[in-house]
Design a protein around this ligand. Structure first.
Ligand SMILES: Cc1cc2nc3c(=O)[nH]c(=O)nc-3n(C[C@H](O)[C@H](O)[C@H](O)COP(=O)(O)OP(=O)(O)OC[C@H]3O[C@@H](n4cnc5c(N)ncnc54)[C@H](O)[C@@H]3O)c2cc1C
Length: 483
């Protein structure tokens, strides 16, 4: 039986491992951390009984991803919130993006028509959008009409035109809050590309997340891997691949890297041209995160905000852009954009009765050692006076420390490489199949390959599929999981 060694147990590493184990490989996963999951880990970071997500918290991309759909959405207990995300404003107003597009549009008054025009064509053709964005962009889209519609909207929302799409502060802020996920200067085409996909997913599958925490996603994949003979070793950080016994590519053995691509350069005989391309690959700005244990729900001024597990805190579109542009210039805004998740509003397994968990991060320059706790508390207080008094405990991880949690988070970049327009195409090399390396049997299977960041398992699946095709096995998801 051929062997497959996967370095890293993030969602892409586990997706690749599951696919290869089901395709008949003897799979072993080597994970640096003491627990599995990479970006899908949960832990009691503050107090006993409070389950926090160490990295990702909300999983629209997983819920609608072709890989997870084939794996079986029923194997994870998904919560689909009625309110996907909310964006509070200073005077007690707020924009709410409901799962239901019509309800969202109706709530936006004079911007109802503009909201529908922006998002209905994308959410009703979400498969076409995801087909276009879910792999290498260097190929002809299967649904060119949808791809063009998406591209035109990216051009609008990724340039100064974005400031003129909506009349209300609510609608403008809703869009800015999602586009800002990309951690780039704004407006930006890459931010708009990521944001529009997320906004369309909100009205299609919904901004789902896993009951019990992100860890349940890793656990479901790991259970499947083990059921197909695979094994996972934790506390097994790899610093030199030339010292790893992963078999012999001439016998069909495989090595998949769910890590920063630069680990590949520790192999012997890496062609200089490839090594130079990997060295040119850039890491982006970073995130500084705080988890809170709360004595009760966040006292949002606008009650609608309390219904949404994801909240974009940071005021108007102009303020959000200013905050993101400060980071791009190496500074942290005193009133930063804060990405907040309050999963326990719909998941009572996350905290003791009557209590809540809150997950929040701000964007910061790479390698920043700033503790963002006070900045985040002040921003949330702005829209939820009394929040500070609800805090029982908090746990902060400055950007500089993130690499100790996950060696792939270089400088605190949580996306596996800057999400710029260039690196949407060159990820990490310019190729229609960048998962394949020039080293026989060696493949990249991480967010540093298309489709890039987000918990969707697709980079892992593409890497496994490419490796299987190179070995003469042409398989699709339905062959491995049944249709
Ligand atoms: C704070 C934070 C918040 C996020 N929020 C969201 C969100 O809400 N929704 C969303 O969809 N995405 C979110 N993301 C992004 C998402 O988590 C990542 O894009 C995704 O996890 C990437 O998956 P991956 O498998 O490629 O890599 P990772 O999840 O990064 O996993 C890589 C794994 O490889 C291991 N590893 C790395 N190097 C080595 C080595 N040398 N030896 C052995 N093991 C190694 C790491 O320890 C890790 O377990 C967030 C990320 C972070 C950090």
């Amino acid at each position: 039986m051929p062997r497959a060694t996967v370095i890293g147990s993030g969602p892409n590493g586990l997706a690749a491992a599951v696919a290869l184990a089901r395709a008949g490989y003897a799979v072993e996963v080597l994970e640096a951390a003491p627990t599995i999951g990479g970006g899908v880990r949960s832990a009691e970071l503050t107090l006993p009984g409070f389950v926090h997500d160490v990295c990702s918290a909300v999983h629209p991309a997983a819920y609608t991803s072709p890989f997870f759909r084939a794996f079986g959405t029923g194997r994870i207990d998904w919560i689909i919130p009625e309110a996907a995300y909310a964006h509070p404003l200073d005077d007690g107003r707020a924009g709410i993006a409901w799962h239901d597009l019509e309800r969202t549009a109706d709530g936006l008054g004079p911007d109802a028509r503009a909201w529908r025009a922006l998002l209905r064509p994308l959410s009703t053709h979400i498969d076409g959008v995801q087909d276009f964005t879910g792999g290498s962009l260097l190929r002809i889209p299967r649904n060119p009409v949808t791809a063009v519609r998406y591209g035109l909207r990216v051009l609008e929302q990724g340039t100064a035109m974005a400031a003129h799409t909506f009349r209300t502060a609510e609608a403008s802020a809703l869009v800015a809050g999602v586009v800002a996920h990309a951690n780039t200067a704004l407006p930006s085409l890459s931010g708009a590309a990521a944001g529009l996909l997320l906004m369309a997913q909100a009205h299609a599958g919904g901004w789902a997340y896993s009951r019990g925490g992100a860890q349940r996603i890793a656990d479901a994949l790991a259970d499947d891997l083990r059921a197909h003979g695979g094994a996972i070793r934790t506390d097994a950080r790899v610093t030199d691949l030339s010292a790893v016994d992963w078999g012999d590519p001439r016998r069909g053995d495989l090595l998949l890297l769910n890590t920063a691509p630069r680990l590949a350069l520790t192999l012997r005989d890496v062609p200089e041209r490839y090594a130079a391309a990997i060295r040119r690959y850039r890491y982006g700005h970073a995130a500084a995160k705080v988890d809170f244990a709360l004595d009760g729900p966040v006292p949002w001024t606008n009650p609608g905000v309390a219904l949404a597990p994801t909240v974009h805190v940071g005021g108007t579109r102009e303020e959000v852009w200013t905050s993101e542009n400060a980071v791009a210039h190496g500074r942290i805004s005193p009133r930063p954009y804060v990405l907040v998740a309050q999963p326990s509003v719909l998941d009572d397994t996350r905290a003791p009765a009557g209590k809540q968990v809150l997950w929040a991060y701000v964007h910061v320059p790479a390698n920043s050692d700033a503790d963002p706790t006070e900045l985040i508390v002040r921003q949330v207080e702005r829209f939820a006076p009394g929040f500070r008094d609800r805090i029982l405990a908090s746990h902060a991880v400055p950007a500089r420390e993130r690499v100790h949690l996950n060696p792939a988070e270089i400088g605190g970049d949580i996306f596996g490489g800057a999400f710029t327009m260039r690196q949407a195409f060159v990820r990490p090399v310019l190729s229609p199949a960048p998962w394949r390396t020039p080293m026989p049997g060696v493949y990249l299977a991480s967010a540093a390959t298309p489709p890039g960041p987000g918990v969707n398992g697709m980079a892992g699946w593409h890497a496994a599929r490419t490796a299987l095709a190179d070995a003469g096995q042409r398989v699709e998801l339905a062959d491995l999981f049944g249709s």
